[in-house]
Design a protein around this ligand. Sequence first.
Ligand code: DX5
Ligand code: ZN
Length: 216
Amino acid sequence: MATLIAPSLLAANFANLQKDIEMINRSEADWFHLDIMDGVFVPNISFGFSVIDSIQSLCKKPMDAHLMIIHADNYIERFKNAGINRLTVHYEACTHLHRTIQQIQHEGMKAGVALNPHTPVFLLQDVIKELDTVLIMSVNPGFGGQTFIEQSCEKISELKELILKKQAPTLIEVDGGVNLETGAKLIAYGADVLVAGQFVFGSESPEETIYQLKHL
Ligand code: DX5
Ligand code: ZN
C-alpha cells in the first residue's frame, strides 16, 4: 500500500484557511489532519468546533482529528456531527480507553489511539485488535515545527510486530518532525500514514512538497 499523507492544518494560514484547504484538495494528500488542543492535556490551545464546522464542507478528503484533550468522551458525538471521519484520542488522557474506542466506532468513525514519546507500545496489546489507527508521536504533542525524536523508529518496529502477532487491521500513523529524510526512514520502518505540518506549509510549494512525501 502506498503511504498515506495527512497534512496538519496547524501549520496552515488561519487568516485564509480556505486557500490551504483547496491546495490540499488539489494535492496528492489523502487526509486532513486536525490538531485539537485544550490547554490542559498539552500546553497549547488550537481550535475547536466553530472552525471545524466552518471548514467541513470545504474539505473533500477524510478529516482525521487528533485530540490532545482530556474528557474526550464528552465530545465524540459532536466530532461526528462536525464531519470527522477518523478520531484519535491519547492513551495518556483516557482512563477507560476501551470504552472510548467503542464509542467512537459506534458513531461510525474510525478509532485511533495516540502514544506520547514516553508511552510504550506494549500498553496497547489488549486493545490493538480494536484499533483502526495507532498514532506514534515523534515529538511531544502541543506544537508544530519540533525536532523528530529518533527513538520513534524503534517504536514503529515494535508496533508492527504487535499488529502482525495479533493480526490486527491497524494502520501506523506517525506525527511530528516529518520531512523527506525522516519520512523515508519511517516508511522503511513500516509507517502507513505520515502527518506533516511545518514541512508542508513552510515550504515554497506545499503542493509539490506533498507530492514528494507521497512518492518517497
Ligand atoms: C503536534 C501535532 C502535530 C503537528 C506536527 O502536537 O500533533 O500534528 O502539527 O507538526 P510538524 O509536522 O510541524 O512537526
Ligand atoms: Zn497531530
